[in-house]
Write a protein that binds this ligand. Structure first.
Ligand SMILES: NC(=O)c1ccc[n+]([C@@H]2O[C@H](COP(=O)([O-])OP(=O)(O)OC[C@H]3O[C@@H](n4cnc5c(N)ncnc54)[C@H](OP(=O)(O)O)[C@@H]3O)[C@@H](O)[C@H]2O)c1
Length: 287
């Protein structure tokens, strides 16, 4: 696709709210923010923005060298950076992260659930791969749900009328659309956590905790590299995705999604049968 056409499509379809430095400071100044998946892509973009303001960051991911290099590069007298090496495929990791935060004697004001795993694989190729189901459900649903549960009392005590505590969930537009074949594990695990968050949103709100779901379209990160057809498709920049996530906290929003997602949702309902037919034919052709 021509570069200028791609740029126009990206501007039109991937518009995100701008969040000023002043608003970012007003929202996160002196707050303690834990972010999972902080080493690359969207998580790293959030970290780089938050490190510009006076706050404490707790970065969680597996790649220790990258965590150390981010700390060395971004830590400053006004922004203290801690890191925790954890593998969110492992179901015990949420408890370990919680214990390490307790040892640091920190109380969390904002929890950003960003780490995620996507897999595109046919169910027929997954017969001997139980890990595809386990890993996606652990990182995309169970560990974020347990982390939320564990930090809930902290979030309740750090919130007040002026500043609500925040739980920011990086989700995907797929969670609102027709489930596509080959993506069953990603779709199911992301949708499960989105539903879980939606169900607890009112319970949290009455204690001044805002939980927001950010339904992102395609974002140009290393996550999309294994899917060849995404290489030339329009995609959002990680910095723009970070703006959408942080703006939800700044404005206490319940969700952010691209402006066209509701139209796409309606199309998925109206055209459910032709969409099934289209997918079946596509799969047969590629067999
Ligand atoms: N890219 C997209 O098109 C897109 C679209 C919609 C939603 N999203 C969502 O956006 C979020 C961030 O994705 P991204 O695109 O920024 O991907 P990315 O560039 O691959 O980054 C993923 C982050 O998650 C961490 N991570 C991966 N597996 C982990 C594990 N087992 N334990 C702990 N941390 C782990 C990675 O760090 P380590 O490797 O160091 O552990 C990395 O920091 C995900 O939740 C994804 O579902 C992405």
């Amino acid at each position: 696709m021509q570069k200028w056409i791609r740029t126009c499509i990206e501007r039109l379809f991937f518009y995100t709210p701008h969040i000023s430095q002043a608003k970012l400071t007003e929202t996160f100044e002196n707050k303690t923010i834990l972010i999972t998946g902080a080493t690359f892509g969207i998580g790293e973009a959030c970290v780089r923005k938050l490190a510009q303001i006076p706050c404490q960051l707790i970065l969680v991911a597996r790649t220790e060298e990258k965590l150390i290099s981010l700390k060395n590069e971004l830590e400053s007298p006004h922004c203290k950076i801690h890191y925790i090496v954890a593998d969110l495929y492992d179901i015990s990791s949420s408890e370990l992260i919680y214990q390490q935060v307790q040892q640091l004697q920190l109380k969390i004001d904002c929890l950003i659930h960003n780490a995620g795993k996507s897999i595109q694989r046919s169910i027929w190729k997954s017969i001997d791969r139980p890990q595809d189901i386990d890993r996606t459900i652990h990182i995309n649903y169970l560990n974020p749900a347990h982390l939320t549960r564990l930090f809930l009392n902290d979030l309740k005590t750090t919130s007040n009328q002026q500043h609500q505590s925040q739980i920011l969930v990086v989700s995907t537009i797929n969670a609102k659309l027709f489930a596509p074949p080959l993506w069953a594990n990603y779709q199911a695990s992301k949708s499960a956590f989105a539903e879980w968050i939606k169900a607890i949103q009112p319970e949290l709100k009455i204690h001044n905790i805002n939980a927001a779901l950010i339904y992102l379209p395609l974002v140009r990160t290393r996550m999309i590299l294994p899917t060849a057809q995404y290489a030339s498709m329009p995609a959002m920049l990680p910095t723009k995705a970070a703006d959408a996530i942080l703006a939800c906290a700044a404005h206490n929003k319940r969700q952010w999604q691209p402006w066209w997602l509701s139209i796409a949702q309606l199309c998925c309902i109206v055209f459910a049968t032709p969409i099934q037919f289209f997918y079946r034919n596509l799969l047969k052709r590629n067999m």
